[in-house]
Design a protein around this ligand. Structure first.
Ligand SMILES: Nc1ncnc2c1ncn2[C@@H]1O[C@H](COP(=O)(O)OP(=O)(O)OP(=O)(O)O)[C@@H](O)[C@H]1O
Length: 348
């Protein structure tokens, strides 16, 4: 069931005589329990699109349905109540420096009907959930960036939201802290059934957490699908760029190209990219490629990772042999579901 359904959303900003189209006729459906990653470069329209979910940004046109409620039809009081079910975290944490950690997490409960003791109990449970129960009396400036984001997450969960929007929440953090925060988000998704919308310019963050991905450019979603589909079969150049960065393939290709300038391919060699799904897909084929087709291989780069419980591999190799033999080997790989891309050479 879709918990978030945005249909034909347009958002236009008027600036003096200029009109900026931030989101153009875009629709997206997010199911309960999804961790839906939205990736794109700065200015692509990610924040604007996602901020229409809780109407922090009102769309110029289109419909916003959250939990079967038409958000655009609500009174201001009804909207305030619905917004409580949608938590948000941001790149710069947005904590109140004059309040303690406890005070920050208690902030959204200010007008709640809970008794003082129940509020305290709730805040303490949330701090425990994010691993900061011993820092309740500290102030934000006594915490690291990762700890501050944990406080922001606890605060975002104070009203028991069903949806959490994460807008570049790990962009200001180092890689290790980023992974810790992403693990916490995955844990919350698993344990609380929280639906998470994750906006980022880093495909790496999406790779670690999301089950679905949308790629945005110039106010529209140019490609979308399951994490596995997007990683194994990206269609658009921008998506390929993001994937190559997230799998370190772009760095590897720079090194491979450097190598090939000093040791150019021979007339009977070609550089091949091999992409496959499943741990035992490519290895058996590579191990018998010489016996089966008289083609030798030299693997220059290889990477395998587990995406949503599925092994996904990429390798870059030089295939050496006659044209007919190489073609027969490549056809056999393709027949076994391995995607072969010819990168260089292979004319003879
Ligand atoms: N309040 C606003 N007034 C005018 N223009 C805006 C406003 N908010 C966003 N924009 C413009 O809309 C476009 C999309 O911005 P948006 O912030 O949604 O992109 P983004 O993909 O989230 O990028 P970033 O990660 O840098 O925020 C940009 O051209 C931006 O300048």
């Amino acid at each position: 069931m879709a918990v978030i359904s945005l249909k034909n959303i347009n958002v236009t900003f008027k600036q003096k005589k200029r009109e900026i189209i931030a989101v153009q006729d875009e629709s997206i459906e997010i199911e309960k329990g999804d961790i839906y990653g939205i990736v794109g470069y700065s200015g692509a329209g990610k924040s604007t699109l996602v901020r229409t979910i809780n109407l922090l940004q009102r769309p110029t046109s289109g419909s916003v349905i959250v939990n079967d409620i038409d958000m655009l039809q609500l009174s201001s009081k009804e909207l305030r109540d619905q917004r409580k079910k949608i938590g948000m975290i941001f790149q710069h944490f947005n904590l109140m420096n004059e309040l303690t950690i406890f005070g920050n997490v208690a902030q959204p409960l200010k007008h709640s009907k809970l008794s003082k003791a129940d509020k305290a109990d709730k805040v303490n449970k949330l701090l425990k959930l994010v691993g900061l129960d011993e820092r309740a009396d500290n102030y934000p400036n006594q915490l690291s960036g990762g700890q501050k984001q944990r406080v922001a997450i606890a605060r975002a969960l104070a009203n028991d939201p069903e949806i959490l929007i994460s807008d570049e929440a790990t962009s200001a953090l180092d890689p290790r802290t980023t992974n810790q925060i992403l693990s916490l988000l995955k844990q919350l998704n698993r344990e609380l059934g929280l639906t998470i919308v994750l906006i980022t310019h880093e495909m790496q963050a999406i790779k670690e957490t999301a089950n679905k991905v949308a790629v945005m450019e110039n106010g529209t979603i140019i490609e979308r699908g399951s994490l596995l589909e997007i990683f194994t079969n990206p269609q658009k150049p921008l998506t390929k760029d993001f994937i190559n960065t997230a799998t370190n393939l772009d760095e590897a290709l720079v090194k491979v190209n450097e190598l090939l300038t000093t040791q150019p391919l021979a007339y009977d060699e070609e550089l091949i990219k091999i992409s496959y799904v499943g741990a035992d897909t490519a290895q058996p084929l590579l191990s018998t490629i010489y016996a089966d087709f008289g083609v030798t291989t030299n693997i220059l780069y290889s990477n395998m990772e587990i995406l949503t419980q599925t092994p996904v591999g990429i390798a870059v190799a030089i295939f050496k042999g006659s044209v007919a033999n190489r073609n027969a080997a490549k056809t056999s790989f393709s027949d076994h579901g391995v995607v072969i891309t010819e990168l260089q050479g292979g004319t003879n």
